[in-house]
Design a protein around this ligand. Sequence first.
Ligand code: ATP
Length: 222
Amino acid sequence: MNEIDSHINIPLAVVELTKKYDRFVALAPATFSLLSGEIAILSGPNGSGKTTLLSCISGLVRPSEGTVTVGGFDLDRDEVEARRRLVYVPDVPRFYLELTAWEHLRFIALANQADGNFEERAEALLRTFGLWESRNLFPHHFSRGMRLKLGLVMAFIRPFSVLLLDEPTSALDEEGMEILAAEIRRMREQGTAVLLSTHSPDFGDALADRRLLIRQGVLEVQ
Ligand SMILES: Nc1ncnc2c1ncn2[C@@H]1O[C@H](COP(=O)(O)OP(=O)(O)OP(=O)(O)O)[C@@H](O)[C@H]1O
């Protein structure tokens, strides 16, 4: 394997990623990479920088310095290609007021050219997460847990090689956590790299191939 191939085979590479708000350092230079099929659990106290790290990697928040490379594509220079390979589920997913749950899925699938077999895949995912009966409702009428589940289904309806999840367990019941853990294990088998923040030690222990710990913006890779 040459140098370029080995680089492309690393789904996620983060180098010296830094975020400052004025003089406050929310994320000190952070460097790590994830291999294909690797699950990394990100933990740390409230306000330590977990969401900041995930949102900088996802491209939602612009870092002050550093690079993010997804499947060999630089998030800054090749944004479209990098974003095609990466999906981010925030702890509080946002929805369009005008669209039902089903319409959200169709919209995401179309936008990502992932409409092959759409109806079958959407039904299977909605059933898995217990949202099939609610598919024609508007997500702003959903409970917090249902919203998170729809956020997950919206992410999983299209292809990706890197999955970022911000505290998915905070809104899920016991059964929801088991369903999510099973989905994540299935993705690991398919080679997806997963970075997941959680305050739940049990959930993290059940899935972790690697641990990332963040304290006061300083990332420690274990
Ligand atoms: N837009 C912003 N402007 C200024 N400071 C911010 C901004 N966003 C985040 N911060 C600060 O950055 C720090 C890290 O916040 P972050 O949301 O990343 O923490 P977290 O580890 O995800 O916390 P929690 O576990 O409570 O969700 C906090 O001190 C927060 O106040």
